[in-house]
Every structure is written in C-alpha cells, then in structure tokens.
Design a protein around this ligand. Sequence first.
Ligand code: 2NL
Length: 357
Amino acid sequence: MTDDLSELRAETEAALAAAADPRALDAVRVSVLGRNGRLTALLRDLGKTPPEQRRERGAALNALRDTLSAAIETRRAGLEAAELDARLAAERLDPSLPPRPVPAGLIHPISRTMEEMAAIFGAMGFAIAEGPDVETDWHNFSALNIPAHHPARDDQDTFYLTASDAGGAPPPVLRTHTSPVQIRTMLERPLPLRVIVPGRTYRADHDATHSPMFHQCEGLVIDRDITLGHLKGCLIDFLRAFFAVPDLPVRFRASYFPFTEPSMEVDIGWDRKSGELGKGGDWLEILGSGMVHPRVLANVGIDPREWQGFAFGMGVERVTMLKHGIPDLRPFYDSDIRWLRHYGFNPLAPAVLHEGV
Ligand code: 2NL
C-alpha cells in the first residue's frame, strides 16, 4: 500500500476510534466515502494515474474502501450497542416499586346522597326523572294546586325571571321544588308510574340554615288502587335503608300541602342530645308526603277515579347533614378541597344496594 493510502487508513481509523456517537461516526464516513470524501477523490483521480500503475492502484483503492466501509460498520454496531446498553441501564424498570399515587377526585356528599337514593328507590322499581331548572309558573305552581295568592308565590320567596310576555303571562321562575318535573312526567310518560326526581331547587332565602340554591328529592307513584299503606311501607323501607338503622322508628303526622290530600309529615326517632338516630325518645321531621290531590291528577289529564298515587319530598342537604354529622350547611357550596377530603366519597366505591347503602 502506498504511503498516502496508509496515512488515509490510519487517520480514518483514528477518527473512527474518536467518534463517540453515531452522528460523529457519520461525519467520518462522509469525510472519507462521501461525494467529496478523501477516498472518493482518490478513486476519481484514478484516471490520471499512468496506465501501467492504474490496475494496482485501483485494486489498492478498492481494497481500502472495503476495509474502511467494514471498519465504519463495525464501529457503528459498537456505538449502537453501547447506546442501547446506556438506555437499558437508565430506563431500567423495577416492577417491585409501589405505584405512584394517582390524584383522584371525590364524590360530593350531595351527589353521594342522591346516588344512594337512586340505589334504594331503584331497587323498589323507581326510575329517575329530570327537568329544567327554569320553569313556567304553571308547572311550578298552578298545576300543583298552589293558588294565585299562596305565600310560596311571593317574590320574597321565589326567584322570578325578567318578565318577557307583554300579554300578561306570568314570568318564568327558578323552580322552587322538583314537583314541576313530576307534573312533566305525568304529562309525558305512560301510566303506571314510579319516579324519583333528585335535583337543584331555588328559593330567595339566605342565612345560616338556608341557601338560595339547594337540592330536593321528590318521589311519585301513580297506579290503580294505590293506598296510604303503600306510601307508609315505601317510606319506612327507604328511611331504614338510607340511615342504615333496621328498626328505625318512623312516625306519620297529619299535615297540609296544597298538592296532596291527605298530607303527612314523616318523623324518625332520634336522641336530640347525642344526635344518634333510632335511639332516645325524640322525633325529627325528615319528609313531607301525601296522597296526590285529585285536582293535581285532573290538571294533567289523569282520571282520579281510575288512578291514585302518593308523593313525597325531602331536602337532600338536610338528610346528608343528619346522616354524616355535618354541622354547617354553607361548606356544601364552598368548593373547599379540605372539606371535600374530609366529607367526600371514593368514586371507585359507588352507592350500591348490596353493600347496604
Ligand atoms: C317537603 C314536602 C312534598 C310532594 C312533595 C308532590 C308532587 C306532585 C304531586 C303531589 Cl307532582 N305531591 N310532591 C308531596 C308531598 C310533600 O314535599 O317537605 N319537601 C321538602
């Protein structure tokens, strides 16, 4: 091999040894074998070699090209193997490590209570009905036999939306109870009917124990031959399941609502001093209920001689506070994550009846 080729070989081999990564290696390859590479130039100059030396020179150049190509590929394989080893070491997986904690949300106690109600009443064959928060005066009041000058219609108590009808129609309201959804349900669904209606309600009331937005869950059953006995059995079963006290005392006390006749408040037994449910000689009002007023049935086109029903309603905040010992109404709406961490529920353990809601 001539001196210039030995020198090129030695320099290339030194450069290959110095190339620390595939990019540096490629630069060496281009500088020798590329279009403007040193060996490529020598091959191009072969034509200028005197004819008697050309064959030998050509063979030497080709041999050097093969040698250097092989050296480059060997180096490349070595660099790639080293790179893979480094990655495997850096990314080594230790399957014995505990999983990183995943930040999980929590179910708000109001949502949890409504889920529990859905589970308990669902097992009794009730479906869930929903409706709009903004209601007509008719669905919220008139259809429910609430007369024109009833105090509930006072704009001190009810949020009226800006009147839009110049013809004298009453303005829309923020629903003051979930009953208008039951009016809609009776108009829309075929009979017989068993629904609960959990949802937001609004009243112009704001103090330590009242929020202008709160939640109710009402229930409605319409069928042939429905009696007060059905109402009592249904609500006793519900209250004992919801408060998880199998022998919870339940008392029905005569009352008045415009949309039911007869009407009853429902009380549960508790100990006022300790707050314990089911023990002690005190009574606590939990629900309102009654047999659907025949005039309400007639208002939605149901013949009260053929169909009867019962209905009930309760405050979701109130039963949630009672069940979990939550002392103050206001934090329900504060979105304070510390409060939710204390009172919130695991989203992966939803309310289901078989675990004894
Ligand atoms: C309470 C009392 C009650 C109803 C709600 C109702 C609905 C229709 C017809 C008849 Cl469409 N009644 N709902 C009945 C009795 C009581 O709620 O204290 N709620 C917090």
